[in-house]
Design a binder for this molecule. Structure first.
Ligand code: ATP
Ligand code: MG
Ligand code: MG
Ligand code: MG
Length: 431
């Protein structure tokens, strides 16, 4: 008999098949038992009718515990009343392994309890839906950049110097010297762009974020495109096309997952309409001050500020030209202003905060060298990076999109911890 996955059941209507599954839930009466089956590919209804099967099969169906694993044999039938449009009429059940007292029951559980049981919590339908959206965003990222001729490049995870903010660095030993876990692959991606033109990376990023927020993980994944011969405005166009493409792909390929998450699809559709609005940091500060926010020019925005600004738009919004002092040393100075840089943050709607940070990179050797020194960094560590400006320097731009920020936003999830299989948080490295 054919062994199939639930996701393919549509192709096997009317056939007798075997499915390996876990019991996600169960309800029964004297005459009929409904099993909610889960095989990893999807959730599905199994029906056991007492009058149609051996008595022992019906009794077994009624006695199965949540998360026990089974082989079921039956016929796939169309059923418009079931959520899936199909169900399996079971004729036989073979128990593989019994689960006793599965801790996550259909009742409500507290967050800490669920986090302690993250390895099991991942099996629930909501988490299943979020992981599918995460997978689709990764898949669509490769598709988007490959279609545009970008080359995937993998920057190192262990680095000899800090790319960004020294206070958030994870330090480790590298034989007889110190090393750091990557906070961004960006400097290496610039070297790669000089070799291959248009490149993108997708890899883990480590930041010792000392504050607890709903938007920060200690270990997260970032997409970092870098493009030679591209100025900042052109980079913004790539950024909005990319984000719109991700939203479109999720709408197209994760319809069921969005239903499970009760995500408003009409709202998501708006996010595929380009262009996204652009406002300057100066305008943002003015807007905040007019509305009684206690911000002065020169400060970075936090989540309340970003949320307030985003409320004025029905799509993601770019905030461009932040003060030089609050951005990393490698960002290119505005040609007409000493105090701001050619950069932008893309702020997601609905209060999901910054999802992209990007800039044009400083391409002048002398200016960059001075910036490195002014930022208190050791120039010797950056000789290789300065070489990129010594030998055929070109205008170039790039950006970083946080995968989990994107997943949190698109799936409409409250907290970023649900956007990654095993979140690393300030007070948690288990499981
Ligand atoms: P934030 O202002 O939210 O702390 P950032 O400006 O420090 O973010 P960047 O250095 O610009 O972040 O990194 C690029 C992108 O990586 C961000 O736009 C965001 O999507 C994501 N990101 C940054 N820090 C984290 C984190 N701790 N957890 C998850 N994603 C993050
Ligand atoms: Mg930060
Ligand atoms: Mg920021
Ligand atoms: Mg940023």
């Amino acid at each position: 008999m054919k062994k199939i996955q639930i996701i393919d059941s549509k192709k096997h209507v009317g056939e007798r098949v075997t499915i390996g599954a876990w019991i996600a839930n169960k309800r029964s009466s004297g005459k009929i038992a409904f099993l909610s089956l889960r095989d990893g590919s999807a959730f599905f209804q199994g029906v056991v009718v007492k009058s149609e099967v051996d008595e022992k099969v019906f009794d077994q169906a009624k006695s199965l515990n949540q998360e026990s694993s089974v082989w079921v044999v039956g016929t796939i039938q169309e059923d418009s009343r079931s959520k899936f449009g199909y169900e399996i009429h079971i004729e036989d059940i073979e128990l593989i392994s019994e689960a006793i007292d599965y801790p996550i029951t259909p009742k409500e559980h507290g967050t800490e309890f669920l986090m302690d049981n993250r390895h099991l919590w991942l099996r629930s339908s909501k988490q299943h839906a979020i992981m599918q959206i995460r997978n689709e965003i990764i898949r669509a990222t490769y598709e988007f950049y490959n279609n545009k001729g970008f080359v995937k490049i993998d920057p190192p995870i262990l680095t000899g110097n800090a790319a960004e903010n020294t206070t958030e660095l994870f330090q480790t030993r590298y034989f007889d010297r110190d090393a750091f876990l990557s906070q961004s692959g960006q400097l290496y991606m610039e070297a790669a762009a000089s070799a291959l033109g248009r490149v993108f990376s997708f890899g883990p990023t480590f930041r010792a974020e000392k504050s607890k927020t709903r938007r920060h993980l200690i270990e997260f994944w970032m997409m970092e495109p870098e493009m030679a011969f591209m100025n900042h405005d052109e980079s913004l166009e790539i950024q909005e096309q990319y984000v719109a493409y991700l939203v479109e792909s999720v709408l197209k390929n994760c319809d069921h997952a969005l239903d499970i998450l009760e995500r408003d699809k009409e709202l998501l559709k708006k996010y595929t309409e380009l262009p996204y609005p652009r406002i300057s940091y100066d305008e943002a500060v003015e807007m905040l001050q007019k509305n009684d926010f206690d911000v002065t020019w020169g400060e970075d925005f936090g989540s309340p500020e970003e949320t307030f600004i985003a409320k004025h738009y029905d799509k993601p919004v770019f905030i461009v030209n932040y003060p030089k002092a609050i951005k990393p040393f490698y960002m290119k100075k505005h040609p007409e202003r000493e105090d701001v840089v050619l950069c932008a943050d893309m702020i997601a709607p609905e209060g999901y905060g910054e999802i992209i940070g990007g800039s044009e990179r400083e391409d002048d050797y002398e200016t960059l060298r001075k910036e490195i020194i002014d930022f208190g960094l050791n120039v010797d560590d950056y000789e290789w990076y300065l070489d990129l400006r010594r030998y055929g320097s070109v205008p170039h731009s790039g950006f970083g999109l946080g995968l989990e920020r994107m997943v949190t936003w698109i799936s409409g999830t409250e907290h970023i911890r649900e956007a990654i299989p095993f979140p690393r948080l300030l007070n948690r490295i288990y499981p």
